[in-house]
Design a protein around this ligand. Structure first.
Ligand code: GRF
Length: 184
């Protein structure tokens, strides 16, 4: 199974997915980022992963940015597109073209807290539990069918950072495993 991984930030999930190739039966054929400063870029170079960088800030017109992504995906022709901390919303045309083949990981127990700042929102609501969700991507943000969720307890002295770190550790374990179970 051939996958491409989209990322924008520190790239811990990207790294765990790339490392997961030694354990699981999938191949990272390329990675994509919209952020030329993304932490995961160096890791792609070290592991000789083909990398496409398209800075969205260079494209005032969203459609042109989406067309560039579309061309990249057509060229790579992956079985699945794995969003791993990708902080841009994909256009409807991309989502409909690749329906059922785009997967995301979101740091909350969806349907709770779609969108940004999930750790802060869980703390502000005095939630007792928090977690992460792997799901299919549909045109409605963070609302697609759920593949897997994992839950943690929120401890009294947790803050946004401790929650983020604990959740990422779980994500780094479960994302490669769930990717390996996807059926083409
Ligand atoms: C993860 O917590 C993921 O759930 C969210 O963005 C974060 C990305 O972290 N979508 P990283 O860049 O993989 O370290």
């Amino acid at each position: 199974m051939k996958i491409v991984v989209f990322f924008s930030g520190s790239g811990t999930n990207l790294k765990s997915i790339i490392d997961g190739q030694t354990k699981y039966d999938y191949e990272v054929i390329a990675a994509f980022t919209n952020n030329p400063q993304a932490g995961g870029i160096e890791f792609c170079y070290q592991h000789k992963i083909k990398l496409k960088i398209i800075n969205h800030k260079n494209y005032q017109d969203r459609e042109i940015f989406d067309q560039k992504i579309h061309a990249f995906l057509e060229e790579m022709s992956p079985d699945f597109i794995i969003l791993a901390g990708f902080m841009r919303i994909l256009g409807d045309s991309i989502i409909s073209n690749w329906e059922g083949q785009i997967i995301n990981i979101h740091p909350s127990l969806l349907p709770k807290y779609p969108g940004l700042n999930t750790h802060k929102r869980a703390l502000d609501s005095a939630d007792k539990v928090h977690g992460t969700t792997i799901h299919y991507v549909t045109s409605e943000l963070d609302c697609g069918p759920i593949i897997r969720q994992e839950q943690i307890n929120i401890e009294p002295n947790d803050d946004e950072n401790t929650l983020m770190e604990r959740i990422k550790k779980i994500e780094n374990l479960i994302y490669p495993e769930e990717i390996s179970k996807l059926k083409i």
